[in-house]
Ligand binder design. Structure first.
Ligand SMILES: [Cu+2]
Length: 444
């Protein structure tokens, strides 16, 4: 049975349940003149549970936005209608598409004008768990950009998926009602946390049956926060990171995701009961970051069990030796004392040095984090391979976001195979808005 058939039998119902009013928007034939997908950016009153709701900006009257499912290699047209008072951009995170439609102002993508609309046309690739989100700048405005509900999952299906699972469940993390911390005026804190737009207990449970294999597609759509997830009574077999198959699938108790990262994991449903899938840290889970997983014919209060993280990208890597790169791109990351700007090699965007590459050559980005914070570093329009993590070589873990821990070094290799301006930045919104960006450009 193909993945597509699974989806039509069970998956569509599951995703609709997990995302509330969410629904898959299928791309019809390429000859259709109407848009395949329409996204309307508009204000949303999001009910987190029966006692809490927030006003935010979302897509098509919901947050998260609709789960989009498209076919790899089949061109689509997306009409984005902007009902808000601010110019917007939709970034297709993880896709290898041209800068004109990638959704980055810095790369030259035109805005979707306030109270206007714009069509994005592109051919989705590569296959995997991708996502879409606003790429507007927020600065100190915590009611803009990725602080809002402008995010959703985008699944790019290939024609030859094995489909070795019975059920597919998206898990999207986000926080709401942000403010600046009183004791640290540059730290953002949040009142409510959610999975799939609901606080723990506020939405429908994920309903499973004994013996099922469930594929969880997890996305950290937070503007600023790193998260750790566990499913009480169960373990995750991680098969993909950022939507890309890993060299060595491994079973782990806890999955860690920086802002922008995804993990796809299969769970064998072999411990009947009513359980919590949620943030490992009590404070985060109690603020709403959890969802109930309920076996058929089981009832009672949902149980939580503490879990300890063993997370390490290298666990999913192989032993292959990376070829010598054609060029090395060292990047030293610092936050000069007393300021809140970030620097790459001593400069803040837009003054950061351009990263110049030649088409079809291999480059090694060498990240040296000289700061006390972990940074989720994202390269647009390309996929990179982690080749060294904290002084240890690794291979076969392909990503578009890599978390570089405080005071550590990480190296990634990329093949420059998608000419055009390409944005590199920290996915922590408050970091990217304060200088932590650079542009990669192709020479000749
Ligand atoms: Cu950062």
């Amino acid at each position: 049975m193909t993945r597509r058939e699974w989806m039509s039998r069970v998956g569509a119902g599951v995703t609709a349940a997990a995302l509330g009013s969410g629904q898959t928007q299928e791309a019809p034939g390429a000859d259709a003149r109407d848009a395949d997908i329409t996204l309307r950016i508009q204000e949303v009153e999001l009910e987190l549970d029966s006692r809490h709701s927030v006003k935010t900006i979302g897509y098509n009257g919901q947050a998260p936005g609709p789960l989009l499912r498209v076919r790899e290699g089949r061109s689509i047209a997306v009409d984005v209608v902007n009902d808000t008072n601010a110019d917007e951009l939709v970034h297709w995170h993880g896709l290898h598409i041209p800068p004109e439609v990638d959704g980055s102002h810095e790369e030259g993508t035109p805005h979707v004008p306030r109270h206007g609309q714009r069509r994005y046309e592109f051919t989705p690739r590569p296959a995997g768990t991708r996502w879409y989100h606003t790429h507007a700048m927020a600065g100190r405005n915590l009611h803009a950009s990725t602080y809002t509900g402008q995010f959703g999952m985008l699944i790019v299906d290939s024609s030859n998926e094995p489909g070795a699972y019975d059920l597919e469940v998206p898990i999207l993390l986000h926080e709401w009602d942000p403010s600046f911390a009183k004791d640290g005026p540059m730290d953002v804190e949040y009142k409510y946390l959610s999975i799939n737009g609901k606080m723990l207990g506020g939405g429908e449970p994920i309903r499973v049956k004994y013996g099922q294999r469930v594929l969880f597609r997890m996305l950290n759509a937070s503007a600023t926060e790193h998260h750790q997830l566990a499913l009480a009574g169960h373990r995750f077999r991680v098969v993909e990171l950022d939507g890309n198959v890993v060299a060595e699938p491994r079973t782990v108790p806890v999955i860690e995701l920086g802002p922008g990262e995804r993990a796809d994991a299969i769970v064998e449903m072999n411990t009947p009961g009513v359980w919590i899938l949620g943030e490992v840290r009590d404070r985060q889970r109690n603020a709403g970051m959890g969802i109930v997983v309920e076996y058929a014919e089981r009832g009672g209060a949902a149980r939580w069990l503490p879990a300890v993280s063993t997370w390490d990208y290298r666990a999913f890597g192989g032993q292959a030796i990376a070829p010598e790169p054609d060029g090395r791109i060292p990047m030293v990351i610092r936050q000069p004392e007393g300021g809140h700007h970030w620097t790459i090699n001593g400069k803040s965007f837009p003054k950061t040095d351009p990263i110049v590459v030649e088409a079809n050559k291999r480059y090694r980005m060498i990240f040296d984090n000289q700061s006390a914070e972990a940074h989720p570093l994202h390269l647009h329009r390309h996929t990179f391979e982690i080749t060294r993590f904290d002084k240890q070589a690794t291979s076969g873990v392909f990503k578009d976001v890599v978390v570089v821990p405080a005071w550590k070094q990480v190296e990634v290799d990329l093949i420059a195979n998608n000419p055009g301006l390409t944005l590199f930045h920290c996915h922590q919104q408050f970091h990217m808005d304060f200088g932590f960006m650079a542009l990669m450009q192709y020479s000749g």
